[in-house]
Write a protein that binds this ligand. Structure first.
Ligand code: SF4
Length: 355
């Protein structure tokens, strides 16, 4: 398809906006029709939605707003509380950046978010996509917000065969080119909704699509094959041992991870190092944080991180008295309210059910 042909088939933003007006999703962070969204709400939802689904985010979003209704409230909250409220959403660096950004906005910018994508990008944890989304949705700036849904729509609309993630730059430029002068925020959300509601990864509902006539991939019958993905490299596998100790009351010993690095500042049961192989039983016991009657639990805990897979063997012990170790003893009933990431939650649950 020539560039000239692409130009003549240019999709009209007005068609998408008309569809959006009739079919838009009702999401907790969305402003009422015709109203401008609160920047704090848009920012909070966009940070939560990075790498996470709309379904998973709703509960967390409402909980954060209930606890910290304004950005200044979030800025003043202790980081540990924010991490605990975030537990389960994953990618914990986001929560730390969220807290730091709230402090910058509240303490250095007079409580106001920057109104341009460039200004927003200067805040911790805000990349090109998030900056574009907030600028467009909260301030109606003429910015593209190209999330995975939008990428899929645009890749199909223009039949971009270049595989992801290389195609990202081109998809962003094509999207930016489509953003209308007026209603840029609605356009950004309409594109996300089209991708989520009609232009699904499998079996897109092209018959209902407001851009069906302009869609090159539909005409060529290759919509479902786009966007193409570069071949995935197998993720390395790491293995290790975890030690779940309980005191006489049943409380579980948790320690804090280093502030920097993977799951920084979050809680965990004591863990040994992660290597290609599980440690032998003797070796595992030498990794335990203290001597105890450690018993290996049946089965393995598996967890996928972005860059590697993790398998953990779990050792459990019931202690007659607490050892002198720096940590927090948390009763099983309170595990839901501490900053325990999903993988660590799985390890503790494994010990509690099989230990
Ligand atoms: S016509 Fe089909 S493939 Fe093309 S944008 Fe619409 S839903 Fe997606």
């Amino acid at each position: 398809m020539t560039e000239r042909a692409l130009r003549t088939q240019r999709p009209k933003p007005a068609d998408l906006l008309a569809w959006y007006d009739a079919h838009r999703r009702d999401l907790p962070w969305r402003a009422k029709r015709g109203r401008r969204a609160e920047p704090y709400h848009v920012w909070l939802s966009e940070i939560m939605l990075q790498q996470t689904t709309v379904q998973a985010v709703g509960r967390y979003y409402r909980d954060f707003l209930r606890r910290w209704p304004k950005v200044a409230d979030l800025a003043a909250a202790p980081l540990d509380e924010v991490l605990a409220a975030w537990a389960g959403l994953g990618y914990y660096a986001r929560a730390r950046n969220l807290h730091r950004a709230a402090q910058v906005v509240a303490n250095e910018l007079g409580g106001r978010f920057p109104q341009t994508a460039d200004g927003l990008r200067a805040l911790p944890g805000i990349g090109a996509y998030t900056a574009g989304a907030i600028a467009a949705i909260a301030f109606d700036a003429r910015e593209a917000a190209v999330d995975a849904n939008a990428e899929r729509v645009i890749a199909r609309l223009f039949a971009i065969e270049e595989p992801m993630p290389k195609a990202k730059v081109r998809l962003r430029a094509l999207t930016q080119d489509l953003v209308p002068e007026k209603r840029a925020g609605d356009f950004a959300q309409a594109l996300m909704d089209l991708g989520a509601m009609l232009c699904a990864p499998k079996k897109p509902a092209c018959g209902e699509c407001p851009w069906a006539k302009a869609c090159v991939a539909r005409k060529r019958g290759i919509a479902e094959q786009l966007p193409r993905k570069a071949e995935k490299r197998a993720r390395p596998l790491k293995r290790g041992a975890a030690f779940v100790a309980r005191d006489k009351t049943g409380a579980v010993l948790l320690i804090k991870r280093p502030e920097k690095g993977l799951l920084g500042g979050m809680l965990e049961p004591p863990l040994g190092p992660w290597n290609a192989k599980f440690p032998s039983a003797d070796n595992a016991l030498s990794q335990a944080p203290f001597r105890a009657d450690w018993k290996k639990c049946a089965g393995i805990v598996r967890h996928g991180f972005t860059h590697f897979e993790l398998e953990i063997e779990v050792y459990a012990a019931n202690l007659p008295r607490r050892p002198p170790i720096t940590g927090t003893w948390v009763s099983p009933d309170d595990l839901g309210s501490v900053a325990l990431p999903t993988v660590m939650r799985k390890i503790v649950a494994h010990a509690l059910t099989r230990g």
